[in-house]
Structure formats: C-alpha cells, structure tokens
Design a protein around this ligand. Structure first.
Ligand SMILES: [Fe+2]
Length: 238
C-alpha cells in the first residue's frame, strides 16, 4: 500500500462536524488497518535480521557464508564440512579418499614375506602346509627331522660315508661278501689249476697226511749233507 500523510489537526481549522468527518475519511483512505499483511514485495528497504527470521544478508552467497556454509552458492566446500564436489568421484578426490589417503592398500598390491603373520600357506598354494621344517619334511615323506635323511625314509641316516655304511649294514657279511682277510675251505676250490707259486707248508709233521712240496732233480741226495726243507719230497730222475 502507499503511505499517505494525514496532517495533524492543529486547531487552526474550525472544529466542525464536516472537518472532523473529512479527517476521518482522510485517515481511512490513507492508513492501514491495525491488523494487516504485506507481500514480500512491500519490503523494499533494510535487511531482515537473523533475530527476525531473516538472514541479515543481501545475497544467498553471503547468507550461506554467514551460516558457516562457505562463501559460495556451489557445493559445500570441504572447509565448511562439505565435499566441495557435486558427484561421488569428485567428493572422494577432494576428501583425499584414496587407498593411501585412508591408510588402506590398493586393490592390487603386493606383500613382503614378513607380512604373512598368521595361518599356514597350504601345499595347494605353493606352501608346505606345515609350521616347521621338520614337519614340512615329514609331510614330504623325508622324516620328522632336520638332520640326515633317515634310513626309514630312503636315506642313510648319516652325514658321512662310514656312518652311512654302518646304518645300511654295509659289511662284508651284510652284503654277502668275504672280508678282505679271510680263509677259504679247500672244499670250495672246485675248478681251475693252482698256479706254480702255490707251495705246501714246510713242516716236520712227517706222519701227518697232507699236501707236501715235491721237487725233482737228476742229482742224488747225499745223506747228511743235502738240504731239503722239512717234509719236502725229492724225486731223482735221469
Ligand atoms: Fe594385502
């Protein structure tokens, strides 16, 4: 509505009913009723303060800023508790939401062996499925030990040749062989020819039946002076 100034009654005018009624008409014509409303367009000056339900500001940007939502009309800035972005990807980028930024590993990453801190890598994954070397060996059929491969698992159970031979029972008797120094029963000589170098034991056991050395010559023996070994038989031929 438009304002209308109603001049106060000064008393200069003659007080008459006409003048009084005219005054009433002037007031009714130019004044708003005690209870009345306005459209927003009627507010043409000043700024409605926060205390009256306004923003106290003259722009949306300033109003937002006054509310602590950033001096902008765009996406709520990170500095004001927003993401500063209008889509999820931008929000993640602005907030530093990367694997490294949030202390996470990338989807594709690697580990050092020292990072495997629990569980046991199964055989199907290239592990042993065991938690100790001896158990791993045992699982492989190589004996529950970290020492020399036991005889029971196809080894020698020893760390040197002599121990290996001993553990495997590799002795002349164990493998059906004769000892390096041994005797042979005459009955086992069943073929072949004794070489010329084989001689009988010289002995004075003349009354014992046994092999004796026999030699021959054309010279007669001379009793008391010819030298023959004990038990040697000498034949004279012509
Ligand atoms: Fe990982």
């Amino acid at each position: 509505m438009s304002n209308q100034i109603v001049t106060p009654y000064t008393g200069d005018e003659a007080v008459s009913l006409d003048n009084f009624n005219r005054r009433i008409e002037e007031i009714n014509a130019g004044a708003a009723p005690a209870e009345h409303e306005h459209t927003a367009e009627d507010v043409t000056s000043g700024v409605l303060p926060v205390a009256r339900g306004g923003t106290g500001q003259t722009s949306l940007q300033a109003a937002r800023n006054a509310m602590g939502l950033g001096n902008t009309t765009g996406a709520l800035p990170v500095a004001n508790g927003g993401t500063g972005a209008s889509d999820a990807a931008g929000a993640r980028a602005n907030l530093g939401i990367t694997p490294g930024g949030i202390g996470a590993a990338a989807a594709s990453h690697q580990h050092g062996a020292g990072d495997i801190a629990s569980g046991t890598l199964p055989v199907s994954r290239g592990g042993t499925g065991q938690a100790s070397l001896s158990a791993a060996r045992n699982a492989m059929g190589l004996g529950n030990t970290t020492g020399a491969l036991p005889v029971a698992n196809g080894g020698t159970g020893a760390s040197d040749a002599a121990g290996a031979r001993a553990n495997l029972g590799i002795t002349p008797g164990g493998i059906g062989a004769a000892a390096a120094s041994h005797s042979q029963a005459a009955s086992t000589i069943t073929a072949g020819t004794l070489p010329a170098g084989v001689v009988a034991t010289v002995g004075a056991d003349y009354t014992t039946s046994r092999l004796r050395n026999i030699s021959a010559g054309t010279g007669d023996l001379t009793a008391g002076s010819s030298a023959l070994g004990n038990g040697v038989i000498y034949l004279v031929y012509e």
